[in-house]
Design a protein around this ligand. Structure first.
Ligand SMILES: C=C1C[C@]23C[C@H]1CC[C@H]2[C@@]12CCC[C@@](C)(C(=O)O1)[C@H]2[C@@H]3C(=O)O
Ligand SMILES: O=C(O)CCC(=O)C(=O)O
Ligand SMILES: [Fe+2]
Length: 382
């Protein structure tokens, strides 16, 4: 019987990283444990001034929004949106809530520590277990109600945090549903094609990321390169840059410049599967800087946790066989916890038609990965 709740995703792949906690806010010199070597230069970086192309910014009020979104999904796997109806006030409030949380003393934050086999709570990024070096960041993950963890953090004073988070979750759910239909609509998919995609449907995790100012940003990694295990992700990166994306085909890291009021939308692995490979999930990472503390808030949106996701029948025919086997969100998160960057390849049914490389398999670049963890996966690089 496959597990049905998102919170069951990691029960077969617990990670225990608590011993690795350091208070990054007070360190004056980059420790060896956090000094990355090869990984930072895996692909060249297009400096901010010489970006030949920018991640598209799409006005949701534009009458051609669907087409513009479709083009951005196909060519970038990422875009920014404006006129999304999320108020500046709410974006500021959620940022403040995050700042309040991360500025607590370490001992207090650890009261809400994520369990080794759990999804929610305070801790390092889940993908940290795949790397030999530690990331220059800390995170707080919320699935469902924030109440239990908020009470551990502020026993007498948790209401404000909970109110803000709940309001943010509600607004994000509406926006994510709308965006999903725009993205699917751009593929010719309608309500009749996806029965589970009701306004009540959909499951999500909210991730607060904190990147303290870093004494040696050139050798540190905020959040290592990954794709999101979602249908789509809505990212609020406030006004400090740090997010970089790998443009399909160019093999260069491109900075996503903060645009006042804009939200960044990532195509996730599950949309890659639904679209039968037409929309690539975008590889991205966060870098850090010397002087400023950066905060980001990601709304990781997926289907109801027990629904099987597979290439949409409308996009499959004799010439376009289904590329992926059906999988629930919970199962996919478990697969990601085991195989990380080979997760998509591990659910793939047949090799890419044009031959050799799966556009979404970036595993060959991960020189700092912990090796030996992927036994049993048939990689196309094998
Ligand atoms: C619903 C999700 C999606 C998760 C796992 C789980 C809860 C936390 C999410 C993140 C957030 C930070 C990056 C990431 C790569 C990570 O380490 O934790 C994400 C991961 C994924 O997209 O795979
Ligand atoms: O901080 C950022 O800009 C990226 C965060 C991210 O990729 C995530 O939370 O999945
Ligand atoms: Fe991400």
């Amino acid at each position: 019987m496959p597990s049905r709740k998102l919170s069951d995703a990691f029960t077969s792949h617990p990670v225990n990283l608590h011993h690795k906690f350091l208070d990054l806010y007070s360190i004056k010199e980059l420790p060896e444990t956090h000094a990355w070597t090869s990984q930072l230069d895996d692909y060249p970086f297009s400096g901010d001034t010489c970006n030949t192309e920018n991640v598209p910014i799409i006005d949701l009020n534009n009458e051609n929004a669907t087409e513009l979104i479709g083009h951005a999904c196909k060519t970038w796997g990422v875009f920014q949106i404006i006129n999304h109806n999320i108020t500046k006030n709410l974006l500021d409030e959620v940022e403040l809530a995050g700042k309040g949380l991360f500025s607590l003393p370490m001992q207090q934050k650890l009261r809400a520590a994520r369990q080794p086999d759990g999804v929610s709570g305070y801790g390092v990024a889940r993908i940290s277990s795949f790397f030999t070096k530690l990331m220059w960041s800390e995170g707080f993950t919320i699935t469902g109600s924030p109440l239990e963890h908020a009470r551990q953090l502020w026993p007498n004073d948790y209401h404000k945090f909970c109110d803000t988070i709940e309001e943010y979750q509600k607004s994000m759910k509406t926006l994510a549903g709308r965006l999903m239909w725009l993205m699917l609509g751009s593929l010719g998919i309608t309500n009749d094609d996806v029965k589970w995609a009701t306004p009540e449907g959909g499951c999500a995790a909210l991730q607060l990321n904190s990147y303290p100012a870093c004494p040696d940003p050139g050798r540190a990694m905020g959040l290592a390169a990954h794709t999101d295990s979602t249908i789509l992700t809505i990212l609020h990166q406030s006004n400090i840059s740090g997010l970089q994306v790998l443009r399909e085909g160019t093999n260069r890291w491109i900075t996503v410049p903060p645009h006042p009021g804009a939200l960044v939308i990532h195509v996730g692995d599950l949309l890659h599967i639904l679209s039968n490979g037409l929309y690539p999930s975008v590889l991205h990472r966060a870098v850090v800087n010397r002087t400023r503390h950066r905060l980001s808030v990601a709304y990781l949106y997926g289907p109801p946790s027990s629904v099987k996701i597979s290439p949409l029948p409308k996009l499959v025919d004799h010439y376009h066989p289904p590329l992926y086997r059906p999988i629930t969100w919970t199962e996919y998160l478990g697969t990601k916890a085991k195989h990380f960057d080979k997760a998509l390849t591990s659910v793939r049914l047949c090799a890419p038609r044009n031959g050799f490389v799966d556009t979404n398999d970036h595993s060959s670049m991960h020189a700092n990965l912990v090796l030996g963890d992927n036994k049993g996966v048939k990689s196309i690089h094998d």
